[in-house]
Design a binder for this molecule. Sequence first.
Ligand SMILES: [Zn+2]
Length: 397
Amino acid sequence: MMRFFILLFFSTILFGSEVKDFKWEDGMPYSVFLEKYNLPTKELLTDIDDDDKKLVEEIRAGVNCQMLRGTDNKIEQVLIPLNDELQIHIYQDEDTYSFEAIPIIYDLKTEAFSLKINANPSVDILNETGSIGIVSVFINAFKKSVNFTAIQKSDRLAMIYEQKYRLGRPFSMPTLNAAMVEINGERHFIYLNSDGVYYNEKGAQIESFLLVNPVANTRISSTFTLRRYHPILKKYRAHLGIDYAARTGTPIMAAGDGKIVFASTTNGYGNLIKIQHADGFLTLYAHQKSFRPGIKVGLKVSKNQVIGYVGSTGLSTGPHLHFGLYKDNQAIDPLKVVQVTIKKLSDKEKNEFLKLRKKYDDTILSHIQNNTKFVKLNETGNSCFINNKTQEKIAAS
Ligand SMILES: [Zn+2]
């Protein structure tokens, strides 16, 4: 009921208010952000619960945020996206401010197009779509299995992908569902299977970045989620990694070859190491008891090399390793990438895959025959999305 009154309050004060986009500054701690904008540290940091304190450490540099100010220039609301699903919402609440994590409302659209190669796939896709995200998912999907330099003019490509839209504008990276590229007239395909892994037309896994388990012989005590509603706390939660329950002192190993880019103590994640890997992957190892001697920023480590020991430092209720995986700064589910060997589909899985493949092939071929162009959606202006629509959806869930 209280929330309902707040909703009414929001929808009326929007009139005459102003929304501004801003980018989160590189390396800016949340506490400094609060100070900078004169927002109360007690209500928005000190008094929030431990899970929320961990969320504020997940704010990414460069992320697009929104701030709503009233006619008196006073900050009324701030939205800080944490990932594709969840955002921090700071809002004026009577004479102070409140903190909550709320879902991001977006539209998901499946789009497809084909084109004839004129220069090369990157340039042509960018010219066609204007989207670096679409270029990058296409190039990344094929770069390990085909040789783009052998491409000829008049070779063709086609792709099907899902794009999120927020406020009528593309939001976050697209997900490639299926794609085809001709190399000197020969067609190469890739398909995203229902297991979240890419396969070629023969059902063989396209080799991807492979990680190993960072701790041996342990069980997973908590899985990855971008957004989950907690029915008891009546709050939205994200768990941007997986927890491995393990005894204090269990060695933690680098999940892949890379370079240490962070090795220090943080409030939420305790003793924390981050390793940068190839292709924009980064792994995170939290709550460590201690680091292996000699660990420092800049050190190169190899897969399976011990980097530290399991502990319970930071906001942790017992000894465990919180293991996070990020691709281009976006948290992704480590379980989809942690694998020791390339996956082989069983007969049943293969049949399912072939059905899916047929569906995608039909779509791709029809786009090629019809020479379907990319369709740019009209942007629906700069309307404010911190509106009662967002709030109503939360109230209703
Ligand atoms: Zn965790």
